[in-house]
Design a protein around this ligand. Structure first.
Ligand code: ARG
Length: 541
């Protein structure tokens, strides 16, 4: 926007002690901190361009001129700021004054340099009628209805609106969010006198900002007389230098929820740009969700993962807690073994009592939440089920017993010092510490451990995950999804002492697929006592 903010900024900051000239002396930075992004990284971002039709700045050089940001909320609607609808003193923009630029990383100048992306005319403007031009920026909300639908692509996508449940989580100090736009990159302090410096960058930028809680922000901007139930603030209160600025108005403040980007704010105003004392102020999306998107409806996102409570032991009750979700879904529960095998449900009770066969296995609960927005399924982390506790051993008799025939063996065998040599081996040598996946042969591994007594040992190999992350010695290798399952089972009678078992790198004649695996050892002695199972994990590149 072209408006100067110096006036209101200085006014709202009365009472804040200006300790130094800070930002005024700083070097110009990118979008006040941050850096350039491609539109594919924020495909909901749009630019608003002024056409020359009926526009009071009748000047051919202004055609196509960028003046504000905005966000795609569906194929025909853009959310932006109400103050953007007053591009000149006392003039309210009409639909024919505005074009929406979709899918652009780089802005042209509207004349000799074409914009990237697609321009779409505006059919109608729904400005929040409570907004007062020249006032305190309360109710800074506008929805533009497009004359033609947006063709969605990796450069143009709608963004979901935050829900009240998510507001509870994001609206605490320090939550991270992102703001993007083509606004000025030159910081200046809130108490800057005169026309603030600004530039007109052509490339889209984004910066990470920290949410500032309402109490703090409303005391900073106390003289503005705003109702903070309709504002959310973000910036860097320690060092400054991360903020939106002139030209970013109307654009998106975004955070991630359940790995989904959600729109939480609309760039509205701030004292200066990037001043640590004066975070950016955004019109809060949750407060006007229904106005901003007529059919915003419920969302189905899990915002705190489900958990398992109770002792993970045979005979004890495990309870599955659904966690925190948006828009009050109804839940169904399924208990399953890691590696396959449904134990209860779906649709069953949120509890499960492990049976003897579950001892030593890993169990998860899968929660499916369903509401009008759809169904989303999320799993708890796995717990390993312990065997049923042994019958309590009788207290030792203090009187020395004469040697007699041995009684029943009640001591469980123990498996100790379990280690495994690597199952993968790079066949190439070179400077890289990582072998490329194709250059790795799947050889066997050797499992070494001690047994406290002779026992029948059962070895189970389970595939835990099919993705092999950068921390493994495999580099960034990934495989296609496949189910995670038990891949091998072997039972052997072994003597007490040190034992070595070879784990084949092949199963059913085929090399083990890439992934993370667990080898689990169970041992049972002749009297039927069970050892606590031991597990070692390995990676196949
Ligand atoms: N009102 C400005 C505009 O029209 C946005 C200012 C945002 N400023 C800030 N420091 N966060 O573009």
């Amino acid at each position: 926007m072209r408006k100067s903010w110096a006036g209101i900024a200085a006014a709202v900051l009365l009472g804040v002690t200006a300790t130094s000239a800070t930002a005024a002396e700083q070097q110009p930075q990118r979008i006040i901190g941050g850096g350039p992004i491609q539109i594919t990284q924020a495909p909901w971002q749009v630019g608003l361009l002024l056409t020359d039709a009926n526009f009071t700045f009748r000047d051919s050089s202004i055609r196509g001129r960028f003046f504000c940001g905005g966000s795609i909320v569906d194929a025909t609607h853009i959310v932006t700021a109400a103050h953007c609808m007053f591009p000149a003193e006392g003039y309210e923009a009409q639909p024919e004054d505005i074009e929406v630029l979709v899918g652009a990383t780089r802005l042209g100048n509207g004349l000799t340099v074409p914009d990237e992306g697609t321009r779409i005319p505006v059919a109608s403007i729904q400005r929040d009628q409570r907004f007062v031009d020249g006032g305190n920026y309360a109710h800074d909300y506008t929805v533009l209805t497009l004359a033609q639908p947006i063709q969605f692509s990796d450069r143009a996508q709608p963004i979901q609106l935050a829900t009240p449940e998510e507001q509870v989580l994001y609206r605490t100090n320090g939550q991270s969010a992102f703001v993007s736009g083509w606004g000025s990159t030159i910081p200046y302090p809130a108490d800057f006198q005169g026309d603030p410096p600004s530039d007109r960058p052509t490339d889209l930028k984004q910066v990470g900002v920290d949410i500032v809680d309402d109490a703090t922000c409303s005391s900073i901007y106390s003289s503005a007389g705003l109702d903070f139930t309709e504002e959310v603030c973000a910036g860097d209160r320690v060092n400054g230098g991360r903020d939106a600025c002139q030209g970013d108005s109307g654009g998106p403040l975004v955070t991630l929820s359940d790995n989904v980007p959600i729109l939480i704010g609309i760039v509205s105003f701030g004292g200066g740009c990037g001043d640590a004392r004066a975070p950016g102020v955004y019109a809060e999306v949750v407060a006007q969700r229904a106005f901003l998107k007529a059919d915003a409806g419920p969302a189905i996102r899990n915002i705190a993962r489900p958990t398992l409570t109770g002792t993970p032991r045979v005979g004890e009750t495990l309870t599955c807690n659904p966690g925190t979700w948006t828009s009050a879904p109804t839940f169904t529960y399924r208990f399953a073994r890691v590696g396959g095998g449904t134990l209860s449900g779906p649709g069953g009770a949120p509890t499960y009592v492990p049976v003897d066969a579950d001892a030593g296995t890993q169990v998860i609960c899968e929660v499916a939440g369903t509401n009008a927005a759809g169904t989303r399924t999320v799993q708890t982390t796995a717990v390993t089920i312990a065997a049923r506790p042994q019958a309590p051993t009788p207290p030792p008799t203090p009187t020395p017993q004469p040697p007699s025939t041995p009684g029943p063996d009640r001591a469980a065998p123990r498996i100790t010092s379990l280690t495994m040599t690597s199952i993968f081996r790079p066949t190439t040598t070179g400077s890289s510490p990582f072998a490329t996946a194709s250059a790795v042969t799947r050889r066997g591994g050797r499992l070494s451990f001690r047994l406290s007594e002779a026992a029948r040992v059962q070895l189970t190999i389970t595939r835990l995950a099919n993705a092999v992350g950068p921390k493994s010695r495999c580099g960034f290798a990934r495989t296609k999804a496949s189910d995670l399952k038990r891949v091998a089972l072997q039972t052997r009678s072994l003597a007490a002492g040190r034992n070595t078992l070879t784990v084949s790198g092949r199963v059913n004649g085929r090399p083990l697929p890439r992934g993370r695996y667990a080898v689990r050892l169970h041992a049972r002695d002749a009297a039927g006592n069970l050892a606590s199972p031991r597990t070692v994990t390995f990676t196949v590149c």
